[in-house]
Design a protein. Structure first.
Length: 295
């Protein structure tokens, strides 16, 4: 039994005769009659009662008609879904985003453009620091990530530079630094700093430390936060000051004043879009192409 034969069978039932069905499906009447006969032989039962006035479904024929309609509908839906999946019009993309950049307009704009173009693809967005993102990418638990990366990249990963960022100073809104902002890092020699852990984002941490060493700046660290959101919360609470990516200004957290310093602005912090080189999922490929269009 073939789908083609079921299609012909349904056409004969709906048209009321083989001659009318042949015109509908654009198949010669003798060929259509033969296909119905072959279907009956394959099923070992008569599907029609044939008489001088025409054809009438048998009990078996009526049952097949109902099942055939459902099968053909399911086949149509399945073909459409497989085509959509193959073109990346349906599916799922799991994406990691560094905590700081979740509110960044450029990142939000990328997600919105993808959603507008591929509305049937589901996003799974995970707020993760760069270190955990790289681990999940290596394990195949993320399709892509927006993170800090070495300029040399990582084996097995592809990357495109997404945005340029730099460092900025965050001070409590009620502090003296907010009223009289420093102009150089040396002005902060006696300030209490809130810092992050290297394991959270090794590339970001090492790049920042190397920049400070070149400037001979040694911050007095008295508090630590697990990620930049925790650090911002501690700054807002008045526990100290912090140096963070400039994208931190996008986070809607009250009680903080951001200060641009030329010495911090000179430290480039490029943000990368990263994905596994061996991941050929069409939905991911479409996202990569959308990122490439920004170049």
């Amino acid at each position: 039994m073939e789908f083609r034969q079921l299609h012909y069978f349904v056409a004969v039932v709906e048209a009321g005769s083989v001659s009318a069905a042949s015109r509908r499906v654009h198949v010669a009447q003798p060929a259509l009659t033969r296909q119905i006969r072959l279907l009956e032989e394959d099923l070992e039962t008569r599907l029609f009662e044939r008489h001088a006035r025409g054809m009438r479904l048998t009990v078996a024929g009526q049952a097949l008609f109902e099942e055939a309609q459902a099968l053909l509908d399911r086949r149509t839906r399945l073909r459409a879904r497989l085509t959509a999946l193959g073109q990346g019009l349906e599916g799922k993309v799991s994406l990691g985003v560094t905590v700081t950049h979740l509110w960044m307009p450029e990142v939000a704009g990328l997600l919105r453009r993808y959603r507008d173009r591929y509305p049937r693809v589901a996003f799974e967005v995970f707020p993760l620091l760069s270190g955990p993102q790289l681990e999940r990418l290596a394990e195949g638990r993320l399709d892509a990530g927006i993170l800090y990366l070495d300029d040399g990249g990582r084996p097995g990963l592809e990357a495109r530079r997404l945005e340029e960022d730099h460092l900025i100073l965050a001070v409590p809104e009620g502090s003296s630094w907010a009223d009289a902002p420093p102009t150089r890092l040396s002005d902060l020699a006696e300030a209490d700093f809130i810092w992050g852990f290297r394991s959270a984002s090794p590339v970001y941490y090492d790049r920042m430390q190397a920049h400070f060493q070149r400037l001979d700046f040694h911050p007095r660290v008295v508090q630590y936060g697990a990620d930049n959101i925790a650090i911002l919360s501690m700054v807002a609470a008045g526990l100290g000051v912090a140096i963070l990516p400039a994208a931190s200004r996008c986070h809607p957290m009250p009680g903080i004043r951001f200060v641009e310093l030329a010495e911090l602005g000179a430290c480039e912090m490029p943000l990368w879009f990263v994905w596994r080189a061996d991941n050929d999922a069409p939905a991911l490929r479409n996202l990569v192409e959308l990122v490439a269009q920004r170049d």
